[in-house]
Design a protein around this ligand. Structure first.
Ligand SMILES: CC(C)(COP(=O)(O)OP(=O)(O)OC[C@H]1O[C@@H](n2cnc3c(N)ncnc32)[C@H](O)[C@@H]1OP(=O)(O)O)[C@@H](O)C(=O)NCCC(=O)NCCS
Length: 141
């Protein structure tokens, strides 16, 4: 069941456990809304919408491994997109660890130089050495 929460710390821990990098952003994340996917009282997935320096971003999204590939990540992302649209966003940005998923979800690739500098990856010392994040955007208009 998808529901919203304000428990940012708990969700950040969940994201970290699923391999997302949180807390290295150069700007305030300004998390606007968080959705959780709960099954039998267990947190199995989450997604969050951020507004960083005026830029709408998919702040984080992850599912527990056992619950992936069932369409649940896509359902969570749909909430993020719908809310961003409702609030007047024209573009939503992210740095993808799973670009294939976001490509299927209508996001396209861009390079860091054409993306707002609101992600921790921008100035990271291992960027394009040990880690190959992909900057992506989706037009919402
Ligand atoms: C990315 C993630 C949230 C997707 O959640 P999910 O529940 O597995 O996604 P869905 O089942 O809704 O997938 C929708 C479609 O995308 C595909 N897909 C999912 N992950 C994919 C990936 N990494 N690469 C390519 N395609 C992918 C699925 O096969 C599915 O296609 P189908 O409907 O034809 O089967 C999940 O894999 C995850 O938590 N990954 C680890 C954390 C992470 O990388 N988060 C993103 C940070 S930017």
């Amino acid at each position: 069941m998808i529901q919203t929460t304000t428990e940012l710390e708990k969700i950040d821990s969940f994201f970290l456990e699923q391999g997302l990098e949180m807390g290295n952003e150069p700007v305030d994340r300004h998390v606007q809304k968080i959705w959780t996917d709960i099954e039998d009282g267990v947190l199995v997935g989450a997604a969050s919408l951020g507004l960083r320096e005026g830029h709408w971003v998919v702040d984080g999204i992850a599912m527990l491994p056992a619950y992936r590939s069932q369409g649940r990540g896509s359902r969570l992302l749909a909430h993020v997109i719908e809310e961003a649209r409702r609030r007047g966003a024209h573009i939503i940005w992210l740095v993808a660890k799973s670009p294939g998923f976001f490509e299927r979800e209508g996001f396209s690739y861009t390079d860091a130089e054409h993306a707002p500098e609101v992600f921790g990856c921008h100035d990271c010392s291992i960027r394009d050495i040990d880690c190959h994040p992909r900057w992506m955007r989706r037009d919402l208009t």
